[in-house]
Design a protein around this ligand. Sequence first.
Ligand code: ATP
Length: 228
Amino acid sequence: MSDRVETTADRALDGPLVAESVTVDLGAVRALEEVSLALAPGSFTAVTGPSGAGKSTLVWALGGALVPTSGQIRLGDRPLTDRAMAAAAGVAVVAQGNALVTPLTGLENIVVPLLAQGVPPREAQHRAVEALEAVGLSDSANHLVEELSGGQQQRVAVARALALRPLVLLADEPTSDLDATTRERIVDLLVGEADAGAIVVMATHDPVAAALADAEYHLDEGRLSPVR
Ligand SMILES: Nc1ncnc2c1ncn2[C@@H]1O[C@H](COP(=O)(O)OP(=O)(O)OP(=O)(O)O)[C@@H](O)[C@H]1O
């Protein structure tokens, strides 16, 4: 049985997450070149590729945080044109490097974004506890982030995204600092999100994690091709 974090039933995706001929230039670097894909609700997709291939760029573009040089990102019929509107549409990102607030505890790192989204304090606390339990970190909830190991921080970052109950979950290298057992637990949670109807994308260097996804795309020098 999946120990997926409980979901809200009052929100649903009304279509796929689509990248339409997306090209992203970062300064002089072409990080993505004419990338097209359509990800259906309930799918779990891995994006693999060597360092510098454009995986993080794709994650951030899909998350609305990077405006394409050309092309478009859409969720259903709605263009995702900035990070705030993507977040409001239910798109959560687990950033590479975690992007946690280090002077706060693991629990606080999860509660604060929930409060910012208007979740009532008791509910935010409940969701944060539940998400930390799902990633196996109940005992570390009240430790400052700076007191946690890299792998524990990575799990807090995943828990933070799960607690948002996203419709689209974009995870950039969410298992890079984890041992095999913990990696399996985290990928299981991602599988559970997809099984419950979310669109899940995981950028990864890890072939074992990638093999657990339903589909795999490979990026090389910004060009995307299907693997399976
Ligand atoms: N802010 C930036 N300015 C200019 N170039 C950038 C910037 N960020 C990334 N790049 C370049 O864009 C390309 C894609 O980078 P990206 O981080 O998306 O790759 P990646 O596949 O995620 O790599 P890794 O696996 O090492 O995280 C690389 O050539 C990188 O050097």
